[in-house]
Design a protein around this ligand. Structure first.
Ligand code: SAJ
Length: 405
């Protein structure tokens, strides 16, 4: 079977490299961080993702997965590097560009180069341009380029990766065909052919669709607060209509995808993407609305003691990155509160941004319920859903996820 080089061993690159290795390919994983490379080569993982550890161990011990800080010659190259945005919300393609220029010396005629990173429209064409700038000797030779965006849900990556349908868009028909053939070796979901620009836009569209729909729910929650209506009951009732399916309001939108990708569309079409931009603004503003509610409660309470339930960006995971709940806890900790109790069943210690604050303590749910008189529910973790509601008696409860309703 062929050789594959996967660039970037993060949340997408590592599971992808592992899946391909466990399907019989020889895979060279490349990551610039030496610690990541050493960890993977020991058959261990540096990220938290259910089921991934055993999967990586199997791939490494079979000899099919080996990591290095440098790329390796291969038949197929997969780019799975971050695509964040800059201060002004402009896409930052510097990781894609540097990874592309780094693999260029290893590329041979007939190779297939696949971009998996979520990217603005036109990026796959740029990858082709960057390779040919580095390798003028390959101009006019057969090289294949395609975009195949990842679509897995953090927390369910190992489960979803082989089964999800994939969108595959090449820069030409031959590139699309070769990429479909390649993914057919390890993906059982449907492989849907299109062109590179449509594939890029499809991924951005999926996450923007979710963002706009969450913004709708978040805006409803703000309107309902003003009108004295229970938004959770409202949504439950409205969703009984056969063609209505409103998502759930929350303290804001976290993670590294949904809060980022819509900006790539806004950047490409700033005058046209009006709804998509406003949705982002509504969701980004939600943590501030939650903070205002907490401050109202603090002002109305003698000796206020606030307990934050949850820091993760969504339920039952330990991922605190880009989490609106963490953002809220950090702001509260920086304020004038004497004591902020934090309950996060999925971590053993506070993140650095809270650990150095004298007024913050990571406590058990029981201790928080004992001590706090203001309870701020931020994440619908299973432990909180199962909690005895009687413990909330006499406390001011701010429930951003509607689990106590
Ligand atoms: N959220 C709400 N209300 C909801 C649903 C979600 O407030 O009704 C919040 C969550 O609490 C979280 C944020 O939105 O803070 C995002 O969570 P998520 O579960 O919607 O999505 P992610 O970021 O974990 O993964 C998304 C997925 N995309 C879609 O569902 C369209 C996943 O399939 C993508 O692969 C992933 O982004 C990605 O990597 O792009």
């Amino acid at each position: 079977m062929g050789h594959v080089c996967v660039i970037g061993l993060g949340y997408i690159g590592l599971p992808t490299a592992t899946l391909i290795a466990n399907s019989g390919f020889k895979v060279y994983g490349m990551d610039p961080v030496a610690r990541v490379v050493e960890t993977v080569n020991r058959g261990e993982i540096h990220i938290v993702e259910p089921g991934l550890a055993a999967y990586v161990k199997k791939a490494v011990s079979s000899g099919n997965l080996h990591a290095d800080v440098k790329p390796h010659e291969a038949d197929v190259f997969i780019l799975a590097v971050p695509t964040p945005f800059k201060e002004d919300k402009e896409p930052d393609l510097s990781f894609v560009e540097s990874a592309t220029r780094e693999i260029a010396p290893f590329v041979k005629e007939g190779n297939l180069i696949i971009l998996e990173s979520t990217s603005p429209v036109g990026t796959t064409e740029k990858v082709q341009k960057w390779v040919l700038e580095e390798r003028t000797d390959l101009v006019g030779k057969n090289l294949y380029f395609a975009h195949c965006p990842e679509r897995v849900l953090p927390g369910k990556i190992v489960e979803e990766l082989p089964h999800n349908d994939r969108i595959i868009g090449g820069i030409d028909a031959e590139s699309t065909k070769k990429t479909v053939e390649f993914y057919g070796h390890f993906v059982t979901g449907a492989l849907l052919s299109t062109d590179a620009r449509t594939a890029e836009m499809a991924k951005l569209t999926e996450n923007s669709f979710r963002d706009v729909n969450i913004a709708f729910a978040n805006e409803l929650s703000i309107i309902c607060d003003k009108l004295g209506i229970d938004v959770w009951e409202l949504i439950r009732l409205a969703n009984r209509h056969p063609r209505v399916n409103i998502l759930q309001p929350g303290p804001g939108v976290g993670g590294h995808c949904i809060a980022v990708d819509p900006w790539f569309i806004v950047d490409s079409a700033p005058h046209e993407a009006r709804l998509i931009r406003v949705a982002r603004e509504v969701n980004d503003n939600k943590p501030h609305i939650v903070m205002e509610k907490v401050y109202d409660a603090v002002r109305a309470t003698v000796h206020p003691k606030v307990a934050c339930l949850g820091l993760a960006f969504k339920p039952d995971i330990d991922d605190l990155r880009e989490s609106p709940s963490l953002q809220i806890a950090e702001k509260l900790a920086a304020g004038s509160l004497d004591e902020l109790l934090v309950v996060e069943p999925n971590v053993h210690e506070l993140p650095a941004s809270l650990a150095d604050k004298k007024n913050v303590r990571l406590v058990s749910l029981e201790d928080a319920m004992q001590d706090a008189n203001i309870v701020l529910l931020l994440v619908d973790h299973k432990e909180f859903k199962a909690m005895d509601r009687a413990l909330l008696k006499g406390k001011t409860v701010i429930d951003t996820r509607g689990i106590f309703a």
